[in-house]
Design a protein around this ligand. Structure first.
Ligand code: SAH
Length: 218
């Protein structure tokens, strides 16, 4: 627990509220999403050497060639998924060190998050204990296969870019559910997929930059 307060203190409070101001300036409007981001101490989730940069609106290295997502992207994706409804049962693919899962847990009681790199998952588990967040169910699994034992999901959020929408995720999306995922290799964009009675409806959104969605476990 000592890391939450040590060496950060009041500076953290100020830089944290500056980060929220920046998200607002960049167009994030959903107060519940802003409050959820404000409630999660991001410095716990970054390497100790980078803790002083934890509240900059930027992606930071996590180790294993992975990155902790940029707060704006986390806020933007959750805002899209949260629009006009509750998140409900939520699946995150690509938990990394658990930052986005912790933000999701501020907004819904049922969060499942899967990660394919075991040591990162272990970090995520440790981080959840540090911030006393016990709601998130973390699993070592290949997210391309979804999480059939907990399906269907009202919300699916993917934190790594695929070439096409994984079939298992479409199947595990509940009727009325929403999925948001980055697609593409060089040029990437966010794709919103809504499952309605008449079928799946896709909407192409912002250009983005994510690490690739990979197969298998490490
Ligand atoms: N959600 C994280 C972002 C982590 S970066 C955050 O809040 O900061 C994306 C993560 O997706 C990486 O940790 C990577 O290992 C993971 N990933 C890539 N392909 C995956 C797959 N098929 N299944 C599960 N995780 C995957």
């Amino acid at each position: 627990m000592s890391r939450v307060v040590s060496g950060i203190g009041m500076t953290s409070q100020r830089t944290r509220s500056r980060m929220i101001d920046r998200l607002r300036e960049r167009g994030i409007r959903d107060q519940r999403v802003l409050a959820a981001i404000a409630a999660v101490p991001r410095h716990v989730f970054v390497e100790e050497a980078l803790a002083s940069r934890a509240y900059e609106d930027t992606a930071l290295p996590l180790g294993f060639s992975q990155t902790i997502s940029q707060p704006y992207i986390v806020a933007r994706m959750i805002e899209v998924l949260h629009a006009g409804r509750d998140l409900g049962r939520t699946l995150e693919i690509g938990a990394g060190c658990g930052y986005q899962a912790a933000v999701l847990a501020q907004l819904t009681d049922e969060v499942y998050a899967v990660e394919r790199i075991e040591p990162l998952l272990a970090k995520a588990k440790l981080n959840m204990r540090t911030i006393q967040q016990f709601k998130v169910r973390l699993k070592h699994a290949d997210g391309q296969l979804g999480l059939p034992e907990a399906a269907p999901f009202d919300t699916i959020i993917v934190a790594a870019a695929a070439m096409c929408v994984p079939h298992a995720l479409l199947q595990q999306l509940a009727l009325g559910g929403k999925m948001l995922l980055p697609l593409g290799m060089g040029e990437q964009y966010l794709l919103l997929v809504e499952r309605r009675a008449e079928g799946y409806v896709e909407t192409r959104l912002d250009g983005v930059r994510f690490v690739p969605l990979l197969s298998g476990l490490e």
